[in-house]
Design a protein around this ligand. Structure first.
Ligand code: PLP
Length: 449
């Protein structure tokens, strides 16, 4: 049975678009494939919004959840605890960059960002420095869509309609833009002189800034923009010098997506606060966590009467089913040497996309980091001028992909590949061939526009 159109209001969607292009109803999933109700198969090229790691209906994770559901499905996490939440906290702190010793759970990425922002301000407030209330963030950064998270989003698409109701006073800084570098530099080996804008903001506003929040190495929702590790190293040093906390949002980049368990490992830095979510449960259940240093934890630890406790909670905080899924996900990483085994497959994906897309007159850049490869479409390769947004070229290409059996989703005129790690080399070949055919259908070569 189908619901009346519109009864189900879809996220991030102009519902009217579906008058002439129906939503695809998915009946089941297995491995990298999803099957609609007519039995048509779709290869999940975007890991179902960047969450799935080891395939749909993964038997190990499914069994772990089923086992846990028969033991303890949920319990209040204030005043009570349970084995999966404690074990997961131990595992996460063991795997995380040095210095992150404490785990605070929430249940989605945006909430983890809210937690990190509140913790950062609370850290200073509890030390009598309530004037440190601003957050600094980058152009094209994305940190979720609740109001606090939106107020540190440097991608106007998501925030422009809500300016009137968003927290004010944060500081936005021009960040690295390697594809259209204003300094004319190349990404590879770059020492990130563009850090200057951030450096100046930190110096000028050090007394007001609680924290800087960034997505390490890869800004996903803001356009799959890859930037050099040198930028992060400079940021770590400058935040230390300014007495400002560093929040790394590893919600999309974490759990192997960029080629290391966490992206910040590639810069050799540790943040003060780190947000994780998305892949943490292998894509099965919503869960997020903020990892914090001892110093931050200690700033909230005091006699009750001092009113320094971190007051934040969600009903499903540390849900046992989600923690069980996360523990099994981490066990798969350990048992199957996932990071090393991903490497050749990720390299093949990058290579085939470069080979098949790179020569098209509307492809401005093909860029890859770990198991993410993005194709930025342009109107003109020489000027890098974007395609007219009103053409919705990317949307038409991803729809042409649906016809060819891809579950694909464009980000404006950026096409990207972010498949589950269990994809095979043959499937990578098919994925990139079908995707290239979809591009050719919408933008035939010789008719560049
Ligand atoms: C997806 C995402 C979020 C928000 O997570 P939700 O679970 O969708 O709220 C935050 N930061 C980054 C980098 C993300 O990619």
């Amino acid at each position: 049975m189908s619901a009346k159109p519109g009864t189900l209001w879809h996220p991030c969607t102009q519902m009217k678009d579906h008058e002439d292009f129906p939503v695809i109803r998915v009946a089941r999933g297995q491995g990298i494939y999803l099957f609609d109700e007519g039995g048509k198969r779709y290869l999940d090229a975007v890991s179902s919004w960047w969450v799935n790691l080891f395939g749909h209906a993964n038997p190990r994770i499914a069994s772990a959840i089923a086992r846990q559901a028969q033991i303890l499905e949920q319990v209040i996490l204030a005043g009570f605890s349970h084995a999966p939440a404690e074990e997961l906290a131990e595992r996460l702190t063991a795997l995380a960059p040095a210095g992150l010793e404490h785990v605070f759970y929430a249940d989605n990425g945006s909430s983890a960002v809210e937690v990190a922002l509140k913790m950062a301000h609370g850290f200073f407030r509890n030390q009598g420095r309530a004037g440190k209330f601003r957050f600094t963030y980058l152009d094209n950064g994305y940190h979720g869509e609740t109001l606090g998270a939106l107020a540190v989003c440097g991608e106007d698409l998501y925030s422009e309609q809500f300016g009137a109701i968003m927290p004010q006073g944060n500081l936005r800084v021009a960040g690295p833009d390697c594809f259209r570098c204003p300094l004319g530099l190349a990404r590879e080996g770059c020492d990130a002189p563009c850090f200057q804008a951030m450096g100046e903001t930190l110096e000028r506003h050090a007394n007001e800034i609680a924290a800087v929040i960034v997505e390490p190495l890869l800004q996903c929702a803001g356009g799959f923009r890859i930037y050099p590790p040198a930028y992060l190293r400079r940021l770590r040093q400058a935040t230390r010098e300014a007495g400002v906390l560093l929040i790394l949002d590893e919600i999309a980049t974490g759990f192997g997506r960029t080629g290391t368990l966490f992206a910040c490992e590639q810069a050799g830095i540790s943040p003060d606060l780190m947000c994780v979510s998305k892949g943490v449960t292998g894509g099965f259940l919503p869960l997020s966590a903020v990892l914090a240093t001892d110093e931050i934890y200690a700033a909230f630890y005091a006699d009750w009467a001092e009113r320094k406790a971190f007051l934040h909670s969600h009903s499903y905080t540390g849900n046992p089913l989600a923690c069980a899924a996360a523990l099994e996900t981490l066990a798969i990483f350990r048992d199957e040497d996932v990071i090393a085994r991903n490497r050749p497959k990720a390299a093949l994906l990058a290579e085939l996309v470069r080979e098949r897309f790179g020569g098209h007159p509307n492809v401005g850049e093909v860029r890859s980091l770990g198991f993410v490869t993005a194709v930025e479409l342009v109107a003109d390769r020489a000027t890098k001028a974007p395609l007219p947004a009103a053409n919705r070229t990317g949307l038409h290409i991803s729809r042409a992909g649906f016809k060819r059996g891809l579950l694909w989703r464009n980000l404006g005129d950026i096409l990207y590949f972010m498949p589950p790690y269990v994809i095979t080399e043959e499937e990578i070949d098919r994925l990139t061939r079908d995707a290239r055919a979809a591009l050719g259908e919408v933008l035939p070569e010789g008719e560049a526009r």
